[in-house]
Design a protein around this ligand. Sequence first.
Ligand code: AMP
Length: 282
Amino acid sequence: MAQVAVVRTVKALRKVVEGWQAEGRQVALVPTMGALHEGHLSLVDAARRRRARTVVSIFVNPTQFAPTEDFSKYPRTFRRDRAMLTAAKADLIFAPMVDEIYPDGFATTVSLTGPAQAGLEDRFRPAHFAGVATVVCKLFTQCRPDIAIFGEKDYQQLQVVSRMARDLDLGVKVIGSPTIREPDGLAMSSRNRYLSPADRTTALTLHRAMSAAAQRLRAGEAVEPTLEEARATITGAGFRLDYLELREAVTLLPVSAMSGVEARLLVAATIGATRLIDNIAV
Ligand code: AMP
């Protein structure tokens, strides 16, 4: 089978995308950092189900990593990614070099409030969403897709990007797609490969504690005691817990009681040297 085509410049990207749009095809962008797994492929699938031509970008974005984080050791598996995207029937890979995204003298950043300042990921990764939003804004204006598909796995990111696309009239419809999990419930992540076998077993506690708490909240149990118990379960299993919070699903504002609002339970915790995030609808 011929491999899915790869472009590395905005000029080449636009030529292909504009050709599709001239034929009346919808174009979907799926931004990724590579090291692909079934979760990423489900986003390609979601685009294909909408009958869109699908561009997958692969770019490990330096500006969304703090100096202490794993940018240099982030897994880079381009050959395997390309084979997976070929099998998944993606239409194009956009894999820019760093200076295609950040030219010499780059001096512009998207500035965010609202869901980007909810006190969740932003509290522990203060520069993260500015980096994400800036690169996503650039990918949108470089590719000019009709739609873009993001995973609910990175739930705060999904809300930040949706808000930005609306606020800045980027002309791209942002669509969220459900989290794909391992058979035992662990949310798939490129970082799961860092887990030792023991930590991989412990990691299960995260989804189990979240699911149990969500079920109790749905049944009408009080919010704070239910969250406290889930927090205790998670730290008891050996995690260092950054947060476990119940939030309004779109604004990410705190929810103190279940009163008909659409709510989301969000968690971030570290086991060994691996920080995991997850979330679940309540
Ligand atoms: P990343 O490569 O980690 O930046 O992720 C690229 C996109 O894939 C983001 O929109 C993520 O939310 C999404 N994604 C990552 N893991 C999953 C998963 N397990 N299920 C669904 N989407 C995911």
